[in-house]
Design a protein around this ligand. Structure first.
Ligand code: SF4
Ligand code: SF4
Length: 297
């Protein structure tokens, strides 16, 4: 099972573009001879909501989940950070696969829910919205394509519960897509921007601390009621993180800045320069760097 969506020669992707009301033949069920074959060789890119669901299932912080259950990857040629689901030690099988099946089935990632479909999102030039299309992925080991059941893509999505995942991840997918397709016109983000991308996308508990920090409050003018809501609702916090990323990466300003943020930024840099000359790197100053760099030059 993979999140690969490139229909190259030899690829298992059937190169027929499907819409929500198109039908395809497929059924996966416990009694099938290939049961869980698709989990024995995985390449699964995780989305922000996948991580929230799984870390809560395990009762871990997002950082603990990332350390135990994921491996780093790059999502584009510029080094945009991604996370893939970890495989077992010395194995290609998913770390959540047991002899009885998937041990996290109710909280399995979006890629597992989509399989045996691939999703491709594209934004046409001058179009305000992304267009999703679907492809059937036919791997030799998967016998589900031989089953007689036929359904529409819409029905399959509903049955697999992907709507909820797509809803939460929608803005994040737009950010990734825009960054990938923007190329040199948008330019390579700084390392700090990538750190912020990682924090807001994957480490929701770390991001909460960041938003609560005095350094954040020095720069952004958050309504106290909104801040309280963000502290207790991690899905709202995720959406806020995506807004912040759009502001940092694409200059789409939706989070108001404190009026004196620019002067503070200048003073901060002067202080940092003095600190670095003295060989001191305070953790708080690092957090402040992230915020100030988000303001651009
Ligand atoms: S039918 Fe396909 S998706 Fe279902 S268990 Fe078999 S290999 Fe996996
Ligand atoms: S999370 Fe579950 S469904 Fe997804 S690859 Fe792992 S074992 Fe399979």
């Amino acid at each position: 099972m993979s999140t690969e969506t490139d229909a190259r020669p030899g690829s298992p992707i059937v190169p027929t573009q499907l819409g929500l009301d198109d039908k395809f033949r497929f059924r996966c069920h416990k009694g099938i001879a290939c049961f869980n074959k698709c989990c024995e060789n995985i390449d699964i890119l995780l989305t922000p909501y996948d991580i929230v669901r799984l870390k809560n299932r395990f009762g871990l912080t997002s950082r603990e989940f990332i350390d135990r259950y994921t491996v780093d990857c790059q999502m584009d040629g510029q080094g945009m950070p991604g996370l893939k689901l970890r495989t077992g030690e010395g194995s290609t099988a998913c770390v959540n696969l047991t002899p009885e099946g998937c041990s996290v089935y109710a909280d399995r990632p979006a890629a597992c829910r989509y399989y045996a479909l691939g999703l491709v999102s594209m934004r046409k030039k001058d179009s305000p919205a992304d267009e999703d299309s679907y492809f059937v992925v036919k791997e030799d080991h998967c016998l589900g394509h031989l089953e007689p059941q036929v359904q529409t893509i819409r029905e399959y999505r509903r049955e697999q519960g992907v709507d909820e995942y797509d809803e939460v991840n929608r803005e994040w997918r737009q950010i990734v897509l825009k960054k990938r397709s923007g190329g040199p016109t948008i330019g390579r983000p700084s390392e700090r921007s990538f750190e912020l991308f990682f924090l807001a996308s994957y480490d929701v508990d770390g991001f909460r601390e960041f938003v609560a920090s005095p350094a954040f409050g020095e720069v952004f003018d958050l309504d106290p009621a909104l801040k309280q809501e963000l502290m207790r609702d991690e899905l709202k916090l995720l959406q806020f993180g995506f807004r912040l990323l759009k502001q940092v990466l694409f200059g789409e300003i939706t989070i108001p800045l404190k009026p004196d943020a620019a002067q503070k930024r200048f003073a901060h840099y002067q202080e940092r320069r003095a600190q670095s000359q003295a060989g001191v790197a305070a953790q708080l100053a690092d957090a402040q760097d992230k915020i100030y760099e988000s303001l651009g030059d």
